[in-house]
Write a protein that binds this ligand. Structure first.
Ligand code: FMN
Length: 250
């Protein structure tokens, strides 16, 4: 069984690719959190995987909480793959301190964090996807062999990023009140549907954000009108959905 969490499609794509190779099932953690699916029976599973995006050099809190809530037999093989724009810091090591891992990989995918950075160019984004796609069969093979592997790109100053900067990010870097619309909303509900934590409602046809945001940027990237902004900074930044990028490539 592979549990995944995604804001903009990167981690789902990786989870589905791995599942294809190892003939396993994928389950979206968000569907369980929102009550659309129940936690599957894991008693007969011989391996369990997690695929999630790196948020400020660590796993999103929701993934850590979900993983640590599972009751697993001691024989089960446990692995995780994080997707990141550049590097994961000590994020996988910190995750493993809460949820013991036998194997861990980081894979580089297009960046989605537009409050701080511009998107990757389409060429750079496609090149990241191609390189990750090339690694998938080897990762899948290692999973099938229950290998003990640790292939995580930590980048520079990993401890500082994962422990100090992540602490500040979680404590004071997420401001759901900064999400707003600038322009004519067509009340399509795409933002409501994409939010993995059910943080958005339509009130009188317009999106309203509550305060359980994980900062995945799914709403900002998904709005078909491109009118959802986070503060002022996202006005001048591009929008990204993996599915759109792969569609435009054709
Ligand atoms: C809030 C947030 C924080 C991020 N922090 C990092 C980071 O610390 N290091 C990094 O390499 N990429 C970072 N990224 C980029 C994502 O990890 C990367 O784009 C990931 O593949 C997105 O996956 P998803 O589409 O499944 O949500 C961040 C993205 C977001 C939205």
């Amino acid at each position: 069984m592979i549990f995944y969490f995604t804001g903009n499609g990167n981690s789902r794509w990786v989870a589905e690719k791995i599942a294809e190779y190892i003939h396993d099932k994928v389950v979206n953690i968000a569907d369980i959190i929102k009550g659309d699916e129940s936690i599957p029976d894991l008693s007969q599973e011989s391996r369990i995987g997690f695929v999630f995006p790196i948020h400020s050099w660590y796993a999103p809190r929701i993934v850590v909480d979900f993983a640590t809530s599972l009751q697993l037999n001691s024989q089960i093989y446990r692995y995780a793959i994080c997707t990141c724009g550049d590097d994961a810091g000590k994020g996988m090591q910190r995750f493993s301190a809460h949820f013991r891992l036998d194997a861990a990989w980081s894979v580089v995918m297009p960046n989605t964090y537009i409050p701080m950075f511009e998107l990757d160019s389409p060429d750079k984004a496609l090149s990241k996807i191609r390189k990750t796609e090339e690694r998938i069969p080897r990762i899948a093979d290692a999973i099938c062999k229950r290998a003990r592997v640790w292939e995580v790109r930590e980048g520079a100053c990993p401890r500082l990023k994962t422990y100090a900067i992540n602490f500040l990010f979680v404590k004071s870097g997420i401001h759901p009140e900064r999400f707003h619309i600038e322009g004519d909303c067509v009340s399509c509900g795409a933002c409501v549907k994409v939010c993995p934590v059910g943080n958005i409602d339509l009130k009188e046809g317009l999106p309203v954000w509550s305060d359980v945001c994980t900062h995945c940027m799914g709403c900002v990237h998904t709005c078909p009108q491109h009118i959802i902004q986070y503060g002022k900074v996202t006005r001048k930044r591009g929008r990204y959905r993996l599915a759109d990028l792969l569609q435009n490539k054709k």
